[in-house]
Design a protein around this ligand. Structure first.
Ligand code: NI
Length: 177
């Protein structure tokens, strides 16, 4: 198992729609997930989607315990989410700053549903469902967008709110998938 190279924006593989996982509890699936966790940890990320390491499968991982990159962020349980389905629980939209390991050093102000329900499967094929809000909901929406070939800059409403982290005016909250 090892950290893999993260594909960056401009790579056509990030624009593909990912394929559902059809076999659970396999060594192949375990190996992909292990590489995803190693890759996420190597970059202090809060989430990663399989297409970002060149695996065109509907697998995302996320989690934020204590992370030096996001000292003020709400924590999110470490989760493996396969073949996810998302549903907004109401129509409230919030904008907040996001980043992405595929868009290094940059930040953008991205609208997301504040409250969502998500459902999917773990690596053993066991189904689960959660109702979440805030940063947790944001991370899941960001990661699942990767499975549709969508990167967060495509969601930004005002492109003046997109740029290099080091150039943007100081933000109090940098909660970033
Ligand atoms: Ni991302």
């Amino acid at each position: 198992m090892a950290a893999r190279q993260v594909l960056r924006i401009g790579n056509p593989r990030l624009l593909q729609v990912a394929e559902p996982v059809t076999s659970f509890d396999t060594p192949e699936l375990e190996a992909i997930i292990a590489d995803m966790f190693d890759t996420m940890a190597a970059h202090d990320g809060a989430g990663l989607a399989a297409p970002q390491i060149g695996v065109n499968k509907r697998i995302v991982i996320f989690g934020l315990e204590e992370n030096p990159r996001y000292p003020d962020a709400e924590t999110v349980p470490t989760t493996i989410l396969i073949n996810p389905q998302l549903m907004a629980l109401d129509n409230t939209i919030e904008e907040d700053w996001e980043g992405c390991l595929s868009v290094p050093d940059m930040r953008g102000l991205v609208p997301r549903y504040r409250r969502i329900r998500y459902a999917g499967f773990d690596q053993h094929g066991v189904g689960f469902q959660r109702d979440v809000e805030g940063f947790h909901a944001r991370v899941v929406q960001h990661e699942c967008d990767h499975l549709e070939g969508i990167l967060y800059p495509q969601r930004i409403r005002d492109m003046r709110m997109f740029g290099y982290e080091s150039e943007l005016p100081g933000e109090e909250e940098e909660e970033t998938p």
